[in-house]
Each structure stands twice: as C-alpha cells, then as structure tokens.
Design a binder for this molecule. Structure first.
Ligand SMILES: NC(=O)c1ccc[n+]([C@@H]2O[C@H](COP(=O)([O-])OP(=O)(O)OC[C@H]3O[C@@H](n4cnc5c(N)ncnc54)[C@H](O)[C@@H]3O)[C@@H](O)[C@H]2O)c1
Length: 474
C-alpha cells in the first residue's frame, strides 16, 4: 500500500515538473507541458451548430448599418454606394462630424440619408437593435471588433468585421460560439485574398499548376511612420505599446491559408514565433512622449499544418522598408512570388499538361523550374487563369478602387453571396484562425519562443470540406 502511495506521489511530482499551468482555469486557456504551450479546444455546447458551409435564404436587398467612420470606414461606405441591391440604413461613429461627412457622401452619390448615431460610445447598440438591418459592418479599432460583432449577432444581424476580427483566443471562441448559437454569418473583412495576383494564383493552385502546395508565406510589412497619429485616440499605438507578437497577421495569413485549404482539408497545428527587440518601436513611443514599447520591430512566425505543410508569416510596421505582403506559394511542381516582382516558375519536364490550357505557352518557354517564366509568358498565363470572380468584376473594381480594387471585390462578394443565399467566402472559423496569431505568437515569444499547439476552432470539422470554394450562383 505504502509503495502504491509513494508511486502516486512521485508521478504527481513528475507531472508538476513537466507541466506549468497558465490560465488553466480558463476553458480557452493553455497549459505548458514539456516546453510546449497546448491550447484547449472546448467541446461544442449542445445548443450550437457548426457553421461549416453555412448559408441563409437569399436576401434580395441587403440593408446595412456601418459602425466606425474613420479612415477605413469612409472608404467602405463609399464602396457600398456602388453595389446594387444595397440600402445604407444607418451610420454610427462617436464623432458627429464623421457621420455628417458620410451623409454628404450619400447625397453626392444620389442615395437617401441614413439614420445617424453618434455622441456616445454605446450609440452603436441602438443601431444593432434595429429591426430593419440585415448586416452590421464594423470598422472600429481592434478592441471593439468582437464585442460589437457578438452583440450584433445576438440581435439577429449578420456581421462583417475589419481585420483582425479578435485580439485574444477568448474572443475567437466568443465569435465562433455566438455565430454557431445564433446561426448568423460572421465574416472578417480580409481584403488581401481578393487582390488580383492572389486570386489568379489561387485559381492556378486549385487547377494543379503548382502540383501539391507544400509551403506558403505572407506578411504585413508596412512602415506606418506617417500614420501613427491618425488613428482615433492613438488606438493602434496603444495596442502595440503593450503587446508583443504578430498583432496584425491576417493580410499575410489569409491568402496563405486559402491556398493551403486550411479547415477545408488541412489545419494549422503548431506555431513558433520570434521577434526582434523594439528598436524603432521606441521611436514610435517617442512620438507619443513615452519611453516604453513592447512590440518587436520584426516578428517571424512559422506554422506547421496537419498535412505536413509550412506557413511563414511576418510583421513589421516600423522600419523604412518598401511595402511587402511577401505572398509566396511553393508547390511540388511550381512556385509563385508576388513581391517585389510578380512571377511564376513551373516545372514542365515530364509533366502532362493536357488538362491545363496554358500548355502551349509553357512548353519550350519555361526554364523548367529554375528561373521565372518570362514576363510575356507570365502575362499570358495570368490571363488564362484569371479567377472567374475577377473576370466578372475587375473593371468596375478598378474604377471604384480601394487598394487598387480588391476592397470592392471583397464587398461585392459579401453582398453577392447574401443576395444569392450562398456560403460566404470567409466563414467565422477563418476569422478566428487568421486572427488567433495575435495571442498565440505572444505566448510563444513570452515563454522563450516555445511551440504553441493551436486550438481547433472547427472542433474536428476541419476535414469536412474538400478545398476552398468561392461560391457562384448556378
Ligand atoms: N483591410 C485593410 O486593408 C484595412 C486598412 C485600414 C484599416 N483597417 C482596419 O479598419 C479598422 C479601422 O481602422 P481606421 O484606420 O479606420 O481607424 P480610425 O481610427 O481612423 O477609425 C476608427 C473609427 O472608429 C470610431 N469608433 C471607435 N469606437 C467607436 C464606438 N464605440 N462607436 C462608434 N464608433 C467608434 C472612431 O471614432 C473612428 O472614427 C481597424 O480594425 C483596422 O485594422 C483595415
């Protein structure tokens, strides 16, 4: 008996040595075990239903309310005035003049005035409570995204949220749980997946031009020096000042996850992250008369997937580099690169191109996977593989604009899918998966760059869809 008791004590002690608890009591938390942070995936509550493949009945005229009319919100309202079958019913910002500016814009575009909400930090709740709104479009600072989206879904509204959708793992689960419980759409407004090179490359990848995709890269590298003071009450500085990690991961991660079919046949399992010290970050703090800044100048994250693929994501908003989202896609038979020059490399030798329309262009002109295709061949290939969505709306998107047109394609697709009762291009699991890097990279970095086992927001449903579909009406 004594022996058994001794064994139990020894086993418990050994367990304690290898496991240190971090917010263990939290069902959304993690445990560090043998030097690895393992996040919990809580069971789905009985009153919730998976959102995989979710669609609602067609909404002929989509009635929209906007919250947040700053730099980005203004552009969104403008773009929506160019989409047919939309009514801009309500506009909300804390600041009255921002609402008035958008009313003027509506008048200039020949649209009726919207109902206005302003003057308090809670006025947006009244907007969400209205009976005559289908979609709440949220363009505020990061910390308000999830609280607003959750409240709006609880009022029966579909929601679209600017990037990143969440700032913590707990918020990721709040979005997932609320969408599953209320059966409302929750789409993050990740626009970079709609850029022309990314759409074309996705189409090429889906048609097998690059063979099996094994690795993708993405980034947000954008020197924000001129902009720090523009954000309302300095919200972006305030966030970066106290958070290490990749706080703005979705522009890089979205296109990478799409091309790798994340939660449509594969899933992200483990990440590891590393940052530099805040060298230039301290200069940002100086702009605000302060002396401390947590976010590293450059943060690099590696992610391993269930199917043995790798994603690399970078973040840097403080050094004087040219804008770069990296975006590289590497397959067993080909390669795509976006920055600084768009290019492709395709292996031709020994391959049967019968199913690829571009065979005539490729044979004889490719360097057989050792160099980029010539610009002429690249352009012909890109024309052939232009994504049907881009082919459909490219001209108008370029006219309306918004980062060269990709923002308009994003809004157009959101409304098109709602009007036609189709699943949206980005579901609530994308929102959670692409945003969750914020907390997970911080946990990796703060614990000595340890691996972090990521939660599965689909709760095991990641293999139910066979690849990504951007739905088109039959
Ligand atoms: N996808 C992209 O390419 C892209 C580009 C820029 C910004 N963004 C995102 O858009 C969001 C907004 O960025 P921004 O540059 O417009 O910031 P901003 O500071 O210019 O605007 C934020 C607006 O939200 C309003 N606001 C804040 N709290 C509010 C509340 N409680 N009720 C009503 N209004 C409130 C503010 O008054 C302000 O007008 C951020 O999430 C940002 O990451 C995305």
């Amino acid at each position: 008996m004594k022996k058994i008791f001794g064994f139990i004590i020894a086993a418990a002690a050994a367990l304690l040595c290898t496991m240190s608890c971090c917010n263990c009591g939290d069902e959304y938390g993690y445990v560090i075990k043998n030097g690895v942070a393992v996040y919990n995936t809580p069971a789905r509550p009985a009153d919730q239903v998976s959102m995989i493949g979710f669609a609602v009945e067609p909404i002929e005229t989509v009635r929209v309310g906007f919250i947040g009319l700053g730099d980005r919100g203004d552009g969104a309202v403008n773009r929506f005035t160019y989409i047919d079958g939309v009514e801009i019913v309500a506009l909300c910002d804390i600041e009255e003049d921002r609402v008035n500016d958008m009313q003027k814009l509506l008048a200039e575009r020949g649209k009726p005035a919207a109902d206005a909400y302003f003057g308090s930090r809670d006025a947006w709740k009244e907007l969400c409570q209205r009976e005559d709104i289908d979609l709440v479009y949220i363009v505020t600072d990061w910390k308000m995204h999830t609280p607003m989206a959750v409240y709006a879904m609880e009022q029966g509204k579909h929601v679209a949220i600017e990037v990143p959708a969440t700032t913590s793992i707990a918020e990721c689960w709040q979005l997932v749980n609320t969408a599953e419980r209320t059966q409302r759409h929750c789409m993050m407004l990740e626009n970079c997946v709609y850029d022309f090179f990314e759409l074309t490359t996705l189409n090429m990848a889906q048609q097998g031009l690059f063979g099996e995709i094994i690795h993708a890269e993405g980034a947000y590298i954008h020197n924000l020096d001129p902009y720090w003071k523009n954000y309302y009450e300095g919200w972006r500085y305030e966030f970066n000042k106290v958070n290490r990690g990749d706080v703005y991961p979705t522009h890089g991660l979205g296109p990478a996850c799409q091309v790798l079919n994340i939660h449509r046949g594969d899933k992200m399992n483990t990440l590891i992250s590393m940052d530099t010290k805040a060298f230039n970050g301290l200069k940002v703090a100086e702009q605000f008369g302060e002396t401390e800044y947590a976010n590293g100048d450059h943060t690099i994250t590696l992610i391993q997937t269930e199917k043995g693929k790798i994603i690399e994501i970078q973040h840097n908003v403080v050094t004087p580099r040219p804008y770069n989202r990296m975006y590289q896609v590497e397959g067993t038979e080909g390669f795509a690169n976006k920055y600084p020059n768009e290019g492709y490399s395709i292996r031709t030798e020994g391959r049967n191109f019968d199913e690829h329309k571009a065979v005539d262009d490729l044979t004889g002109s490719a360097s057989d996977g050792e160099a980029y295709l010539s610009d002429e061949v690249r352009d012909a290939l890109m024309e052939q593989y232009k994504h049907p969505i881009a082919r459909d709306i490219e001209e108008k998107a370029k006219q309306v604009g918004g980062h060269g047109g990709m923002d308009f394609i994003m809004d157009y697709r959101l409304i098109y899918c709602l009007q036609n009762g189709l699943p949206l291009d980005q579901d609530v699991y994308d929102a959670a998966e692409w945003s969750c890097l914020g907390e997970l990279t911080r946990v990796s970095i703060e614990n000595g760059n340890i691996p972090v086992v990521m939660p599965d927001f689909t709760r095991g449903d990641w293999n139910k869809l066979d690849g990504l579909t951007l739905a088109i009406k039959k």
